[in-house]
Design a protein around this ligand. Structure first.
Ligand SMILES: *Cc1c(COP(=O)(O)O)cnc(C)c1O
Length: 489
């Protein structure tokens, strides 16, 4: 087995090394760091060109020596049968010379989170069952993570999920995806407050010893399936490889030819997957990071300075990328500069809200990444222009396309599409009709006037019964969860 090491060194309280199962179930590492692969091997991808998607996952997982329990992996991979085309869960669509959109949103919740969370839920549950342990997974969401997490863990053994969302803070479609989720092991709570409030409740619960003790009495452990969990990252390496091999298979490039990959980024999980693929030897010339007006990642990659001192979060049309602390960057720092330096930099971020790379380190970082950002005005223009040219994009993907045009005119380029337009229909209507509409009206007009259909998975939400309708104040959450867990299940 490949062992996992920790980005900020070992504190003597955590095991020196952990295996994949432990890292998935208990993701918090020494000094607040992350578990990460100790050794990333070079891989010859050429023999993999004709593999099916699940076979490719298996090959990569076996080569990385992270999960060798074939039965668990097999059941997890069955989840790709829930995608529109099970033989190709992440298809490419050519939009112009050299530009390919990789649609990562063909799963049940229509956002790219499904690519990893679908198999992840099965795997997590199997690991938990094998250890004879029950887990409560807490999630706080501003939109896409909640639906994908609930969909992932619905009816999975040994797992309970509580998902907190800000009432009124998500799109109508996202709220319905959560509140109509009907499974006994899931609970969805609206909170009176914004996303930051939801997240701070989550953080305080994760630290609450009394809460943990009450759970322990019920023999339940506490966990969070957030986007730094390596179990999710592992699945996010695969589709980048799949995209490249697809270009080769369809004779758009020859094997060995360099491409660019453009990733609309928030917490950097998607981009980290591409980074690992590049370390393994996939011919990626550059990974291009696209941000929105919260352009901390652009600033960092362009200047080597990560400074959030005087910054506050801006609400944008691409909310899944509204972020100040982008957690998975830490694994890049570890891979490039080692644990000693990563510890130093992360400590500086915590104490001074700022860190800075040396010029040499910056040039190393820039040999892997370039970055730029896209304002909401440009994002809406890009959606409209692209639609007129024949391709409908969601706002996150639009930031990617805008940035791709700055960097990648002359090289085959894959732009990751992270959501289907229907999840952000009001923004699409704003771009195309110049009008503010609610989700349902926006979807109707797209159909009536532009002949654009939506997936039944979205359409049916509007007539599904709402199962979760509790809206609570901050101080009511803990007792509500404990009471729910005490009821017979
Ligand atoms: C989560 C999400 C992102 C950001 O992905 P990261 O891996 O956190 O960088 C981008 N777009 C959409 C639609 C998302 O749901």
């Amino acid at each position: 087995m490949n062992s996992f090491t920790q980005t900020r060194r070992n504190d003597g309280l955590h095991p020196q090394q952990a295996d994949f199962k432990e890292v998935v179930l208990n993701p918090s590492a020494s000094f607040g760091g992350l578990y990460t692969l100790e050794h990333i091997p070079k891989i010859d991808f050429k023999p993999f060109i004709n593999l099916s998607y699940p076979e490719l996952v298996k090959k990569i997982f076996f080569t990385l020596k992270i999960l060798e329990d074939e039965e668990i992996l097999e059941s997890a991979l069955k989840r790709y049968k829930n995608f529109d085309d099970p033989t190709n869960p992440a298809p490419l669509s050519k939009i112009k010379e050299n530009f390919y959109i990789q649609e990562l949103y063909h799963g049940p919740t229509r956002a790219f989170k499904d690519m990893a969370l679908q198999p992840f839920g099965v795997m997590f549950s199997k690991f938990a069952s094998k250890q004879n342990k029950k887990y409560l997974i807490l999630a706080a969401t501003s939109g896409d993570t909640g639906p994908a997490t609930l969909e992932s863990f619905a009816d999975q053994k040994n797992i309970f999920v509580v998902c907190l969302y800000p009432k009124g803070g998500t799109s109508d479609v996202q709220a319905l995806q959560m509140t109509t989720q009907n499974a006994k092991n899931l609970k969805v709570l609206g909170i009176n407050g914004n996303f930051d409030d939801a997240q701070s409740i989550l953080k305080s619960l994760l630290k609450d010893e009394e809460f943990k003790e009450s759970l322990n009495q019920k023999q339940i452990l506490l966990s969070a399936a957030n986007s730094v969990n390596f179990g999710r990252i592992a699945f996010q390496i695969i589709y980048h490889i799949w995209g490249y091999l697809n270009l080769v298979k369809n004779k758009k490039i020859t094997f060995g030819e360099n491409i660019c990959i453009v990733v609309p980024s928030g917490n950097f999980g998607n981009a980290l997957g591409a980074f690992y693929a590049k370390l393994m030897g996939l011919p990626i010339q550059k990974i291009i990071i696209a941000s929105n007006a919260n352009n901390i990642l652009t600033e960092f990659i362009q200047t080597g300075i990560y400074d959030i001192k005087d910054k506050s979060l801006i609400k944008t049309a691409s909310p899944a990328m509204d972020i100040l602390k982008s957690s998975n960057i830490e694994r890049v720092l570890f891979a490039l500069f080692g644990s000693e330096r990563t510890h130093q930099l992360m400590e500086s971020l915590e104490t001074k809200s700022c860190y800075q790379l040396s010029p040499k380190e910056l040039s190393t970082l820039q040999s892997y990444f370039s970055a730029s950002f896209c304002t909401d005005t440009d994002c809406l223009k890009c959606i409209k222009q692209s639609f007129e040219d024949g391709y409908l994009l969601d706002p996150h993907t639009a930031t990617g396309l805008k940035v791709a045009k700055e960097f990648c005119q002359d090289i085959p380029t894959i732009i990751c599409s992270t959501a289907e337009w229907s999840k952000f229909a009001p923004t699409i209507a704003q771009a195309i009709f110049g009008k503010k509409l609610n989700d349902q009206e926006a979807i109707r007009r797209m159909y009536q006037e532009k002949n654009i259909q939506i997936s039944p998975l979205i359409e049916n939400l509007f007539s599904k019964p709402i199962v979760h309708n509790e809206i609570l104040n901050k101080n009511e959450i803990k007792s509500n969860i404990l009471k729910w867990l005490s009821e017979e299940k």
